[in-house]
Write a protein that binds this ligand. Structure first.
Ligand SMILES: *[C@@H]1O[C@H](CO)[C@@H](O)[C@H](O)[C@H]1NC(C)=O
Ligand SMILES: *[C@@H]1O[C@H](CO)[C@@H](O)[C@H](O)[C@H]1NC(C)=O
Ligand SMILES: *[C@@H]1O[C@H](CO)[C@@H](O)[C@H](O)[C@H]1NC(C)=O
Ligand SMILES: *[C@@H]1O[C@H](CO)[C@@H](O)[C@H](O)[C@H]1NC(C)=O
Ligand SMILES: *[C@@H]1O[C@H](CO)[C@@H](O)[C@H](O)[C@H]1NC(C)=O
Ligand SMILES: *[C@@H]1O[C@H](CO)[C@@H](O)[C@H](O)[C@H]1NC(C)=O
Ligand SMILES: *[C@@H]1O[C@H](CO)[C@@H](O)[C@H](O)[C@H]1NC(C)=O
Ligand SMILES: *[C@@H]1O[C@H](CO)[C@@H](O)[C@H](O)[C@H]1NC(C)=O
Ligand SMILES: *[C@@H]1O[C@H](CO)[C@@H](O)[C@H](O)[C@H]1NC(C)=O
Length: 388
């Protein structure tokens, strides 16, 4: 005989509890996990041969994998908007998480719009209704993710964008574990942004073959509207973007490197951004030649399990609290003086036991005497290297 429905729900809930039911916690501190409280800098492997250590002062891990309270939660997407709804003023559905103070400390859900033009014939309206949580509801391997959706209405393209509130990144390694599914004619973007001439992109075009990704430093079009070939790489034969993959941009002072699942897939020295920037994620279309034209009634989704950000800043790490869309303020060199005290405890972020929990790889020998980052870089090449 079958147990009553409620009992099934309860036992499922108990079964899933160890996997699910975490809260979204803000990462507004430089040491988001207990085990990393002593890290004073973070090292990654980058460079042309992916074996040059690069050091950063700050680390954050944004985890969207454990945000459901129970089985069945977040398993249906919010309904698509219709033409008579005002996209920009819609509330976010999963407001317990996506409008919590923790979330709002880290992220801004955008609602700006742009009109149609001759080159971009579909008007575009960002809506909080297109940013929501999803769950696979698999009892053996339950997890959640953040979804950004775009859909084509008769009158306009309904799109989605979130921006990180750390507005003064000055070089970083940013990683995102995600996938893209749905109709042709959309762009999933994961990028650094200051302005149209200081922007480094990963873009997945749903018009493209599933083994192709676009890696671009802007501007990619000159003042006359001609494509600048050197701005963009479009490698093929990559792992397919509709499966879960880890996408990564290393933004360094003179070089950009792009990785897919830890393998370097593109590099560029053209127009490497030189302004303090922030991390932006979006899912959009405007009917133009880059995004393509989505058919009315269709939609596509950008799904993200986690984001890892290893970075330096221009000015204090706490930064300004700017809610204005894409506004960045250069705060000067206040923090740099403090950072010059050097790095005493070097931590690695790749190849760690728990993703998102950096581990110590080297500690300055004499207590009270700090090692300058430059020295660590040389010494680190030998000692840190072993640990990586
Ligand atoms: C951090 O440093 C303190 C004091 O030096 C030490 O007691 C503690 O064990 C360290 N924690 C970790 C996780 O290394
Ligand atoms: C990050 O900042 C530290 C401290 O100023 C510096 O030593 C390091 O080289 C910087 N990293 C990059 C990639 O520029
Ligand atoms: C659009 O959706 C809203 C909210 O669900 C509904 O009230 C309205 O009737 C819909 N309009 C049309 C034209 O379908
Ligand atoms: C964006 O959201 C704010 C706050 O809800 C609202 O006041 C504003 O009108 C919205 N803007 C657009 C373009 O819908
Ligand atoms: C977030 O919650 C506030 C009320 O606390 C509400 O005014 C605002 O519209 C909500 N934002 C979104 C995007 O739903
Ligand atoms: C982050 O935390 C610091 C203190 O730890 C605080 O001063 C700052 O206002 C916070 N930033 C945001 C965006 O909440
Ligand atoms: C960055 O912005 C500045 C100021 O707008 C501009 O002069 C520069 O060309 C932009 N791009 C790069 C790569 O510096
Ligand atoms: C774009 O798509 C719409 C709706 O599917 C269609 O009516 C229009 O002709 C298309 N435009 C172009 C340039 O393909
Ligand atoms: C904590 O960090 C240490 C290195 O400092 C590492 O050996 C250990 O595995 C880490 N523990 C966890 C749970 O990540």
């Amino acid at each position: 005989m079958l147990p009553p429905l409620g009992a099934v729900g309860l036992s499922l809930a108990l079964l899933l509890r160890p996997v699910l039911s975490f809260e979204y916690t803000t990462t507004n501190n430089s040491t988001p996990h207990d085990n990393t409280s002593n890290c004073t800098c973070y090292v990654i492997n980058s460079g042309a041969s992916s074996n040059t250590p690069e050091y950063f002062s700050y680390y954050r891990f944004y985890d969207f994998r454990n945000l459901a309270d129970r089985p069945g939660q977040y398993t249906t997407a919010p309904p698509l908007l219709n033409d008579s709804q005002d996209a920009g003023t819609q509330a976010v559905r999963d407001n317990g998480v996506l409008n919590s103070s923790a979330w709002n400390t880290d992220w801004g859900i955008q609602n700006w719009s742009k009109p149609s033009t001759e080159d971009f014939p579909t008007a575009m309206n960002n809506s909080p209704a297109n940013v929501y949580l999803s769950q696979n509801d698999d009892t053996n391997n339950a997890f959640t993710w953040l979804t950004l959706r775009t859909s084509r209405l008769d009158d306009y393209q309904n799109s989605a964008e979130i921006e990180n509130e750390q507005k003064n990144l000055m070089h970083c390694s940013m990683r995102m574990h995600g996938r893209v599914i749905g109709a042709a004619g959309a762009v999933a973007g994961f990028f650094t942004f200051y302005d149209d001439n200081n922007e480094s992109d990963v873009e997945i075009l749903t018009n493209d073959p599933k083994d192709m990704i676009r890696y671009t430093n802007q501007p990619s079009v000159d003042k006359k509207g001609n494509v600048i070939q050197v701005a963009s790489a479009a490698p093929t034969d990559l792992p397919k973007w509709d499966d879960w993959q880890t996408h990564r941009i290393d933004w360094l002072p003179k070089n950009s490197y792009w990785f897919l699942d830890d393998k370097q897939v593109a590099a560029n020295t053209y127009s490497v951004p030189r302004k303090p920037s922030n991390l932006v994620i979006n899912m959009w279309s405007d009917g133009g030649s880059w995004s393509g034209n989505m058919s009315v009634g269709d939609s596509a989704e950008f799904q993200i399990q986690w984001i890892e950000l290893i970075f330096n800043t221009s000015g204090p790490v706490t930064g300004p609290r700017k809610s204005d869309k894409r506004e960045i303020v250069d705060l000067g060199n206040l923090e740099k003086r403090k950072q010059n005290k050097g790095c005493q405890v070097v931590c690695k972020v790749d190849g760690v036991k728990n993703l998102g929990t950096p581990e110590i790889v080297s500690v300055a020998a004499a207590s009270g005497i700090s090692v300058n980052m430059g020295v660590v870089l040389v010494a680190g090449f030998l000692s840190v290297w072993v640990g990586l």
